[in-house]
Design a protein around this ligand. Structure first.
Ligand SMILES: Nc1ncnc2c1ncn2[C@@H]1O[C@H](COP(=O)(O)OP(=O)(O)OP(=O)(O)O)[C@@H](O)[C@H]1O
Ligand SMILES: [Mg+2]
Length: 369
């Protein structure tokens, strides 16, 4: 039966062809998926490991950042919006800006590889022109320019752009309004109407100290005795679940009072930083000292603090209200100022020197070792 045989053969061939086509489609799809998956070349785990080594006492924050980076890296976020919009909340000097710097450094190799806008400078309504581009005739600004650094916002095919809007609560409502559009469709149209800034490949971080004052008031009211306040001052960063719950409630309330529901609704995440506790003093001091040692390399000099010197700085420099900034100030005052004098006396020397820093007569002194 040649006819039937021919038909069978033709069916077989067709089935084979279809199978091959299906395989081809599968292959293309899987290579597409592979391509999409590998669009971003950064490794979330590397960023997180660096964060763990440099940001102390903020484990929940690092966990949230890890989730965020994994989502961004998987490239499954909506295409018409920024990759991620998060607000960092918490007291001053606890690592909010530093976290963004570490992320930028881990992804781009430069801690300043992000577009930072200080919202405080945009507090007045007429400055809002700066964010959306100056209207024609606006004195002192070039038409169509804005405070945004487009290169850093856009990033690249393999890397997300990073934007930091500092002190967002200080921004004028017209600025917040234009940001709603950015969060919604990933675009900002400059006022001359010709230029559009694209945020669809950006991770947008905002920072705010909202609620911090109220938290300190809460603590002062609830830890009335001096002894209790001292105890609170020395508490670890994670000072108990129930208190953390209150802290989050206070911040949430302030957030709701300061921003419109539309604004809050468009945030992918609210990340609340702890204030710094006792467990963070030594690692943060060590970090500052090793950064100082990097700067001392060019003077052929290194320093090591003994326990008494560390305790001296920590006692003076720890302040819950000002976070690690207070410690940095004390390092300047008690360590860098006398050290500068020592270095002045060594000018022109070509030998390498190591100093042990210790406490003598209630001040830090430098002993050559
Ligand atoms: N948790 C922390 N771990 C390590 N270093 C920290 C931490 N918090 C703050 N620092 C250090 O203190 C300095 C100030 O921190 P940062 O600029 O991140 O403060 P911030 O939270 O952004 O405060 P502000 O709200 O005033 O802007 C930085 O040099 C930073 O390295
Ligand atoms: Mg900051």
């Amino acid at each position: 039966m040649p006819f039937i045989n021919d038909k069978l053969k033709s069916y077989q061939e067709k089935a084979l062809e279809e199978n091959q086509e299906e395989l081809n489609i599968k292959e293309t799809t899987s290579s597409l998926i592979a391509k999409v998956k590998t669009r971003f070349s950064f490794k979330p785990s590397l960023v997180i490991n660096t964060l763990k080594k440099t940001i102390f006492g903020q484990n929940e924050v690092i966990e949230k950042v890890s989730d965020m980076l994994n989502i961004v890296h998987a490239d499954i976020t909506e295409k018409h919006r920024p990759l991620y919009v998060a607000i960092f909340l918490g007291p001053t000097g606890v690592g909010k800006t530093e976290t963004v710097k570490v992320i930028a450094n881990s992804i781009y190799g430069r801690p300043d590889a992000f577009c930072r806008i200080d919202m405080n400078t945009l507090a007045q309504e007429h400055y809002a022109a700066a964010i959306t581009g100056a209207p024609p005739g606006y004195v002192g600004s070039k038409e169509g320019t804005s405070v945004f650094d487009e290169e850093k916002i856009k990033g690249s095919f393999s890397k997300p752009g990073i934007v930091l809007l500092d002190e967002i609560e200080k921004a004028d409502t017209t600025v917040l309004q234009s940001l709603l559009n950015v969060f919604d469709n990933g675009k900002m149209v400059l006022t001359n109407g010709e230029h559009v800034i694209d945020f669809r490949n950006s991770i947008i971080f905002m920072t705010s100290n909202l609620g911090s004052r109220q938290i300190f008031e809460f603590v002062d009211n609830n830890f009335k005795s001096k002894l209790k306040r001292l105890y609170y001052r020395l508490l670890p960063s994670n000072w108990g679940k129930s208190n953390n719950f209150i802290l989050q409630k206070i911040i949430k309330k302030q957030l709701e009072q300061s921003f419109s529901p539309e604004f809050i609704n468009r945030l992918d995440d609210r990340v609340i930083f702890n204030w710094l506790g006792q467990d963070t003093f030594y690692p943060i001091l060590d970090k500052f000292v090793s950064l100082l040692n990097e700067r001392l390399e060019k003077h052929l000099c290194q320093i090591t603090l003994d326990d008494s010197a560390k305790q001296f700085i920590i006692e003076k420099g720890f302040d819950k209200h000002y976070g690690a900034r207070a410690m940095r100030r004390e390092i300047r005052r008690h360590l860098e100022v006398p050290l500068a004098k020592v270095l002045g006396n060594r000018q022109g020397s070509t030998t390498y020197v190591s100093y042990k820093v210790t406490v003598l007569d209630k001040q830090l002194t430098f002993q050559e070792v």
